[in-house]
Design a protein around this ligand. Sequence first.
Ligand code: GLY
Ligand code: MN
Length: 462
Amino acid sequence: MFDISTYTKRREQLKKQISKGIALFLGNNESPMNYRANTYRYRQDSTFLYFFGINEPGFAAVIDFESGEEIIFGNDLDIDAIIWTGLRPSIAEKAALCGVKDTRPLNKLESYLSQNANRPVHFLPPYRHDNSLLIEKLLGIKVEFQKNYISVPLIKAVVALRSVKEQAEIEALEEAMKMAWHMHTSGMKMIKPGLYEREIHGVMEGIALSFGGAVSFPIILTVNGETLHNHYHGNKMQAGDLLLIDAGVEAPNHYCTDHTRTYPVSGSYSPKQREIYELVLKANKEAIEMIRPDITFREIHLHAATVIAEGLKDLGLMQGNTKEAVNQGAHALFFPHGLGHMMGLDVHDMEDLGENHVGYDKETPRSSQFGTGFLRFGKKLKEGFVLTVEPGIYFIPALIDKWKNENKFKEFINYDKVESYRTFGGIRIEDDILVTANSHKILGQMIPKEVDEIENILKNQP
Ligand code: GLY
Ligand code: MN
């Protein structure tokens, strides 16, 4: 946890942004895997962590925007629970660590809310079914209608606060980056033909666990990098394959990392692989270089798309006017996702609050075009924002066939040439960037991404 003043200041700032009603924050509970007592790794709700820091199941909290009152609801352990879990600090002791003095048993939440039944209750979009059911019980709003009652003012206020990372959060992210560097470079050093993907996957996830953290999302580690969220790890790696590793750490302080590298299993990229790799790397570096306050991230995304389209034209895969190709979205055959997303307590930070609230505003509305529309974050950057930059080039046979059959963008895509890349796979290169006062900072020590550097490491291992 951070010091008490971090949490009290955050709540004071929140109170300045809303004047009426009560905010209700529900923490996350244990989530059963196959029977009630056998649970998934516990993960607290990130907004609950942000305002209260308590990393345990069974908590809720309210903030009264009119009286300023703050209450944490939770249950002290009874003797039956102590037998299984051991002694734990009391609710009052836990609440004191985030500066909340008023604590009450969880079963008093319902009566507290019914006493305030004539006042607005602001709540955030629930994403766990048990919390949706709890909202139905507490506020009488049926699960299917809750999306109509979520508080947009509360969402906006939380997004405004969590988007700008404080100094202590930047330090927490830098701590997480050290673990990420170790996890990625250890994985890279294992690569060799004949090994199964899962052998590297297991070691990398184990490294995240060994730091007392976990992975920030299920690791993507695959010789089929053209499938964007590929969680299958059963392939035996062969010389000639590319291995795409997209993995992040969630440090014990709960801050996340997210990096992608794409390596040649044989130790050297083939000339064809190297050309595409260098192109993705150019898009990655030029996009990072553009990051500064007041530029929209969409402009940077479109620049990366232009670099990719121009490079693919040089290779004979695309043709025609590059600017027009990108305007119309033809590049999305090869780069069908966004350049990046915010990162912090969540690897896709605040995605539960709604991508459009986090990444777009009136000035920068979301595109509806295939490809650019998948960009999770498009608006103007501000000092303190943390984003990923993750361009990629993929050859997705199903998408190639679909577009080719539809004669889509025939003027911009050389389908005959694309056929010769059909089994190429995919390449993505991802780094995590902090927006500074006038520019940007790449977080953490750079995980090798230059061709020569990677080949030197891979060729010189035992
Ligand atoms: N690194 C996985 C993702 O950003 O979706
Ligand atoms: Mn990412």
